[in-house]
Write a protein that binds this ligand. Structure first.
Ligand SMILES: Cc1cc2nc3c(=O)[nH]c(=O)nc-3n(C[C@H](O)[C@H](O)[C@H](O)COP(=O)(O)OP(=O)(O)OC[C@H]3O[C@@H](n4cnc5c(N)ncnc54)[C@H](O)[C@@H]3O)c2cc1C
Length: 404
């Protein structure tokens, strides 16, 4: 693997970074103010304004690999850009590169029909609408996706959908117009062919966004993480993606790039926490010394740098594997980064919080919110344990002779 950034990536990194410094970081407070004033569940003017600026600057849809619709970057080329965006909680959306839209757009590019693309992909790529992904359910242990119970039954030319989902990120946003719903379509089929992914418009009669679920008290408005119920929701049969019973095939493809993006954003977040930690601990004194020079604080700073660099290299390696041998062969590497990146980010943010004292857990600094969001990534897209189980299984498969 080549560890250097290509000239194309170098140039894009400079432009994304300059955009972040000039337009994104200075407007984080404006975003928070706009959310706090009036209806929290309406999109903010500032993000819409910044989206137009990013589009005009040609920094738009950078995420789509192997498609003429994006910037033509590979996973390894896009990853460092996702890191830069991840330093701010409004960074990714401004460049139309935020979750869950990126994963959903990739699904539509690869598995959507021409009609799906025209109706949903086009406005998503233009940043006119947003989307959500409905898999997790309140009633079943959803780390095992074969447990999904929400039913989609074929009736003539339609699907009739019943059940409930929760933690559907983005469903509270009025711009969210389409859900990729994962539901049980054939309980008698082999375990990994029982479920299908179906496009469900958010305004379909019978679909109800019941409530936003806060994370440690943060509601993440106007994006939000929703509980959603379906009562005899009818959508055309042609809304099924790839084909009936092929939900797991899509899930495998969808989650690979999405995980690289999440992980690089986590690393960006950790970098910001480290920068804040260094600034605060050198500017503030206690017991006659800068905080950085007290106790083991210098070691905490050093450990943070070591862990961030390790996590970045591991993630870039996973991206490189995806580009060169494909998501399937890179399964262990993708699972490894999904465990490592949020855990590293959490450790670094925790140290930064500690060195900030009380200020660290306040809202005067972004650290508390960063911690809350990173903590969810040890669960979202599969808990750590599930990824460890896959890594372990692959390792045993490599090391041990097959059982006779
Ligand atoms: C902020 C946030 C956003 C999310 N966004 C979305 C979204 O947009 N769409 C969506 O569909 N879902 C989303 N999720 C849901 C997330 O993917 C699930 O919470 C996750 O998959 C775990 O499912 P569960 O909550 O049902 O936990 P369970 O399946 O009930 O698991 C509970 C715990 O059991 C343990 N466990 C499970 N399996 C194993 C194992 N093999 N070995 C050892 N221990 C194990 C783990 O500790 C695990 O955390 C989001 C979650 C959060 C918190």
């Amino acid at each position: 693997m080549d560890f250097g950034y290509s000239p194309k990536v170098k140039e894009l990194r400079e432009r994304v970074d300059a955009f972040m410094q000039e337009h994104v970081f200075p407007n984080e407070h404006v975003f928070e103010q706009q959310v706090a004033e009036g209806d929290r569940w309406q999109p903010t003017a500032i993000v819409e304004e910044l989206k137009e600026k990013a589009k005009a600057a040609g920094l738009w849809n950078l995420f789509l690999p192997e498609s003429e619709l994006g910037a033509g970057l590979t996973n390894v080329e896009y990853a460092p850009l996702a890191e830069l965006m991840g330093r701010s909680h409004i960074g990714s959306e401004v460049f139309n590169c935020s979750a869950p839209d990126t994963g959903n757009m990739e699904v539509l590019v690869r598995y959507g029909t021409e009609e799906h693309k025209e109706k949903w992909l086009k406005p998503l790529l233009a940043g006119e609408i947003r989307s959500c992904f409905g898999m997790t359910e309140p009633g079943v242990a959803s780390s095992d996706a074969t447990n999904m119970q929400a039913r989609a039954v074929r009736e003539g030319d339609e699907w009739v959908i019943n059940g409930s989902k929760w933690w559907t990120s983005g469903a509270c946003d009025p711009r969210c117009k389409i859900m990729i719903f994962m539901g049980l379509t054939n309980p008698d089929a082999p375990r990994h062919q029982q479920h299908s992914m179906i496009l469900v418009p958010m305004d379909a009669p019978g679909l109800k966004v019941v409530r936003p679920l806060p994370v440690f008290g943060y509601d993440d408005a106007p994006h939000g993480h929703a509980e959603v119920t379906f009562e005899n929701v009818r959508v055309p049969y042609s809304n099924v993606l790839l084909g009936e019973g092929r939900g797991f095939e899509i899930a495998q493809g969808r989650l690979g790039p999405g995980r690289i993006h999440h992980c690089m954003r986590s690393i960006g977040c950790a970098e910001r926490a480290l920068a804040l930690m260094c600034k605060r601990s050198t500017e503030r004194e206690a017991f006659g010394r800068p905080i950085a020079r007290l106790g083991g604080n210098i070691d905490h700073i050093a450990d943070s740098r070591i862990e961030i660099n390790q996590a970045r290299l591991l993630t870039l390696n996973a991206a490189y594997m995806m580009d060169t041998v494909g998501n399937k062969v890179a399964k262990s590497e993708i699972a490894q980064i999904k465990v490592v990146a949020p855990n590293v980010a959490l450790r670094v943010i925790d140290r930064a919080i500690q060195m900030h004292g009380g200020a660290g857990v306040s809202e005067d600094f972004p650290l508390a919110y960063m911690y809350a969001m990173q903590r969810t990534l040890r669960l979202a897209d599969g808990p750590d344990e599930v990824h460890r189980a896959s890594i372990g299984k692959i390792e045993l498969g490599r090391m041990l002779p097959p059982r006779s």
